[in-house]
Design a protein around this ligand. Sequence first.
Ligand code: ADP
Ligand code: NA
Length: 349
Amino acid sequence: MSKPTSRCAVRGSINTDEYFYVKSSVRTGETISSHRYERRVGGKGANQAIAIVKAGGVADFYGTIGADGLWVKKVVSEHGLDDSKIIVSDVPTGRAIIQIANNGENCIILFPGANHSKMHEEGWASRGPENKFPECSHILLQNEIHFESTLYALNNSRNATTIYNPSPMPSVDEIRGFPWNKVDWLIVNEGEAEDLYNALHEANSVRIAGSSPPEISRSHHELLVLLSAQPAFLTTNIICTLGKDGVLAFIPAFHRPKTAHETPSFMQLPAATLQGDVRDTTGAGDCFAGYFVQGLMEFGPHAKVGREISEQDLARILKTCVQAAGMCVERQGTIDSIPTRAEVDARMA
Ligand code: ADP
Ligand code: NA
């Protein structure tokens, strides 16, 4: 008898990303020429769904484009992602206009376009109370679609394992009102962890009028101790990626202290050793997230951490993720630089 397979619903963004390489970014009133131009598929939803597929998993990608984005649909399907659930709406495809200056700094204009369409939710909502979200074992969300679409997925997630990468960060009010108890896995980078902590912590503390909080520089550990102690994250597993410093994870089932006097422990893994220089870090976080979800999915549709997935299993999953993300930064590009599972396994052998 074959094992039941996991499948991940990714409700997320898909973009046209346009890169303009310029001497220095354009200023008010100025017209400048760019010496190089590139057009790539982007959007964190599409990137992460492709990473799941390259990691060997099954992803159902629910995105929305405009009639101008048919080429984007074609490119994702060439990368192995099933494009049949991408809706073509009347609104133009989401778009990022990115200026890359000679000194490496960038400026970005983001137009959400069709990513903010709620056509998927309108279709699902009409199917009756038992079927308000498609069948899946896992749901992966970012924050480049309409906030209501993200809430819709979480509120109709039933027994699926939910993974949320809140990027870009929601507003402070959205963070404070968010149903964090519906998120099984939170994936954040260091800046996002800091923003989440600041938003949630200030909601729970009284600020003395006229005083501003001191600028504190915290270690990765200190930050995660503070974040994981927030009441919102009582049951949420937190994966915090640290760029060149690898990853730090807090799993309540393994790491929650038994008494108030104990400090929590964490799982920490260094970044992969690179072959060569860092070429392009775009997409590394998305590559990490996709590989992570497939790592969980390999334990079966209903596997839970602390039950079917042990602490050692999780360490192995994270090791594969840092290796995959490390290979992604060695290469130019976003979806093009996400390695296949065979490439990752070969590097780890
Ligand atoms: P994001 O791109 O979302 O800001 P990070 O910068 O934390 O996320 O990067 C995600 C992952 O990519 C890291 O956990 C690490 O495994 C890998 N990574 C990023 N930068 C480097 C680097 N300079 N060297 C090796 N690995 C890296
Ligand atoms: Na890259």
